[in-house]
Design a protein around this ligand. Structure first.
Ligand SMILES: C[S@@+](CC[C@H](N)C(=O)[O-])C[C@H]1O[C@@H](n2cnc3c(N)ncnc32)[C@H](O)[C@@H]1O
Length: 422
């Protein structure tokens, strides 16, 4: 992984990137992090990098030319690679572990552009940047701290940087939960003793205690994450049911008809709102709309799930090849001419989240595909849709690559393709 940080303050950033674990990884040749001085690429004698904003207002805006020249130099130096140019911006998508995992798995060259002052000329962002990322809903004086945070979180997942993938796989945010509390010596400190289960050293009990603590902590500190978390084992489901007082419900399901379209839209409207709240840029452009459900119903695979007569969730299944799937940037797990089923529009109403419905819907679609003799099921979802990706991973789907939807009203047409082979 090579990371180039374009900044006006390389002397502040480079030492941090060369320290500790990342510094050692760079010495071993596992990663390369360079800080490039944007000012070196100015074309004026004063080496001016910013100017007053058109239309007036406070502060100065960084000019496009030095940034573009700096970026051109970096890309020429790095040569052809799987590159992503990212502008650090409080207006970007909120960076999280899912973004870090995507960046480390899909690219081997990141260019992180640090703005300063009032920001950067919009034309540079439009013309040269692939995406904008924010480290949170607050404003910093510059993009250097965000760039360091992103570089650090990405690089620690590069194979070999940490001694074992288990080092980061069990941590907070890896699988939708926070980590359990940690203790070290001495056994008693200021009257506080390490929990007995950890001192006894029984591996099974320690594992069970830690999982329970993760769930308790996540519920207390991050109710948003807890609500989105889908249990991975029956034991987790039991703990969640106990913590929430919400037992798993029983659902009825039937093929939807056109009369059900208002109910289907009410389900996906809640899912869209939930994605918006969580910074997922999917289903934000009048999609799925009534026309989409009409097509699903006509294709004979639009399922409506209800609980005591009330709409609870939906899913659509197709048994015909998807036109956009062959051009995947990656590789499906089955051959190009293999028959597969595809599941779309998996959505659950807020009141039924975390109550086993998404699994039940996926199970139905998988059983139907298997029953008809199909060898696999494919699903595509937005790269930021972590609850869906957690559901798919838990059910044995493998991430295959990125597809581009061509027939969509959504402004972000890229999706991650997953496949489960029976
Ligand atoms: C003072 S900020 C500019 C803020 C801009 N005027 C706005 O209101 O959106 C200067 C630079 O700091 C960086 N920055 C500030 N806050 C950030 C955040 N939360 N995440 C990522 N970058 C940020 C960006 O590179 C930005 O260009």
């Amino acid at each position: 992984m090579r990371i180039d940080i374009l900044t006006l303050f390389p002397e502040a950033v480079q030492p941090m990137m060369d320290a500790s674990i990342l510094g050692r990884a760079a010495k071993k040749g596992l990663i390369e992090i360079n800080c490039i001085q944007i000012r070196d690429f100015t074309e004026n004698r004063q080496q001016q990098v910013d100017d007053y904003p058109y239309g007036g207002g406070w502060g100065c805006v960084m000019m496009a030319q030095p940034l573009k020249s700096c970026l051109d130099w970096v890309t020429a130096q790095a040569g052809p690679r799987k590159r992503r140019v990212i502008y650090m911006s409080p207006q970007g998508a909120r960076f999280d572990q899912g973004h870090a995992r995507r960046l480390v798995s899909e690219y081997d060259h990141l260019v992180l552009v640090c703005g300063h002052y009032e920001g950067v000329d919009e034309r540079f962002i439009e013309k040269c940047c692939d995406e904008e990322l924010s480290v949170g809903d607050f404003v910093l004086t510059g993009g250097e701290i965000p760039a360091m945070a992103i570089a650090d979180s990405v690089c620690r997942m590069v194979p070999g940087v940490l001694s074992d993938p288990a080092c980061y796989m069990g941590e907070s945010h890896w699988d939708g939960l926070l980590e359990y509390p940690q203790y070290t010596r001495p056994e008693t400190w200021e009257g506080l003793t390490v929990p007995e289960v950890l001192r006894e050293g029984k591996h099974h009990d320690i594992g069970a205690w830690r999982r329970e603590q993760q769930l308790i902590r996540t519920q207390a500190r991050r109710p948003d994450m807890f609500a989105a978390y889908e249990p991975k084992t029956p034991e987790e489901a039991r703990i969640i049911a106990r913590l929430t007082g919400r037992e798993k419900l029983t659902y009825d399901c039937r093929l939807a008809t056109e009369e059900d379209i208002p109910d289907l839209l009410s389900i996906t409207a809640e899912a869209s709102a939930y994605m918006k709240e969580n910074g997922v840029d999917q289903w934000q452009d009048d999609f799925p709309n009534a026309a989409v459900f009409r097509r699903d119903i006509a294709a004979g695979g639009c399922w409506l799930f209800t609980h005591e007569g009330a709409p609870a969730g939906c899913a659509a299944e197709y048994f015909t090849p998807e036109p956009d799937y062959p051009a995947i940037d990656g590789a499906w797990r089955t051959a190009d001419d293999a028959a597969y089923a595809t599941v779309h529009r998996v959505a659950v109403k807020a009141a039924y989240r975390g109550r086993g419905l998404a699994d039940e819907m996926m199970q139905l679609c998988e059983d139907l595909a298997l029953g008809r003799g199909y060898g696999s099921v494919r699903v595509d979802t937005h790269a930021d849709n972590m609850p869906m990706q957690a559901l798919l991973a838990r059910r044995g789907y493998e991430r295959c690559g990125v597809i581009k939807l061509t027939d969509t009203v959504e402004h972000d047409p890229f999706r991650v393709g997953y496949e489960k082979v029976f």
